[in-house]
Design a protein around this ligand. Sequence first.
Ligand SMILES: [Zn+2]
Ligand SMILES: [Zn+2]
Length: 433
Amino acid sequence: MQATVWGGAGEHGRSCYLIEQGRTRVLLDCGVKKEGSGEYPLFEENVVPQLDAVFLSHAHEDHSIAIPLLYTMGYAGIVWTTRATSEQLPSYYQAWERFAASTQAELPYRDTDISAIRFKFIEEHTPSGVWYAIQPGLSVCWGRSGHLAGSIWLLLNVEGRLVFYSGDYTAESTLLAADRPQPELLENPIDFAIIDAAYGIDPDSQQQKLEQLRLQMEETLQQGGPVLLPVPTYGRGQEMLLWAREQFPDIPIFVEQEITVGLKQLLQGPEWLQLDAIERIQACLIDPRIVFVDSEEKRLQAVSAIGSRIVLTNDGMLQSARGQWYYEKLVEDNACCVILTGHLAKGSCGHRLLMASREQMEILDHDAGQVHFIRFKVHQGLPDVRAMLDVLASKHTILVHAGQQSTDALCAQLAKEGYANLHVLTAGGIWRE
Ligand SMILES: [Zn+2]
Ligand SMILES: [Zn+2]
């Protein structure tokens, strides 16, 4: 058996793993890395037309954007995913097209390659936790991964060898439900696992992160300042909106329309949600304290209002003109604080602002910085990876979705605790047995 990393291990982005056993070849995810003008997986072009199946764990760009390229290269088969994921994809492809245009980069695929994608929806063939035979020598089993509506983990039986792929996973969401992979699914031990370890040795639970976030926001709000929360269009933004509304019951909240659209879409798929989620979302949607920003007028109101308020805009790395506009307008108020909560690509505007703010804090030796970073967990850190390894008991494991240094440190820590056969790979790397 052989696993080849076309991207996503030892780095954040372009997740893409080729699994080969006997005569069967499958691909797990096919994303991009949002650095420079975009980095694509390290394809072996001659292998692409020979793939038996492609699986897509969720809609995020770092897992999905390069899928049309497979069709450019001659793949004509199925992409197995969920209906919810397929419905989110168009907005990601459009955003990527805009990003490519903004960096003067030419897209390596055509619109017709996007429309050529042949989806099959896994949940319409088999329920979560039940094996399904796709073709002789290839069966699949899936579960919810708690990361995004429609996001899944995958367990594959490839010619008798078991392969687990966590996708992007968290069991800590208060909004999205996650299924723990059940040991009874495993007739045999898992031969090879690819596990989301995006947060390296970060030991904190989500509860601890939320407490840090609450304290930081409270400080600003008590001083009468605005809090700007840049978040991605789909994902933690919706959960943070619900959380902020419940934590700060007297504070006005402005939320950009795309985030609201994402929130309403969640109502269409209650099967991906925690049991009380529908009720929480509906309460939020009719709350008069929340301004759903869908016009320039309301946008101006968000930046010119006086006093404490929370503003959510849909651009986690502050790359877009609108995100930067919010930033520039709001930081005119000295009491303003900007809290970045997720991945920041090197060179992104959010990353630069954070570095500049940290420098300022060092020079002035007090809390002069207005830009902060507090992680809102949508992936796994040390305790989560440990828990997953305990359940899976995989014979070999690669930890992925973080830079090499961070992954090395995590592997070293876990090895010290007695976990064996953990591997760090980078793009182009191969594991063989
Ligand atoms: Zn993701
Ligand atoms: Zn990811």
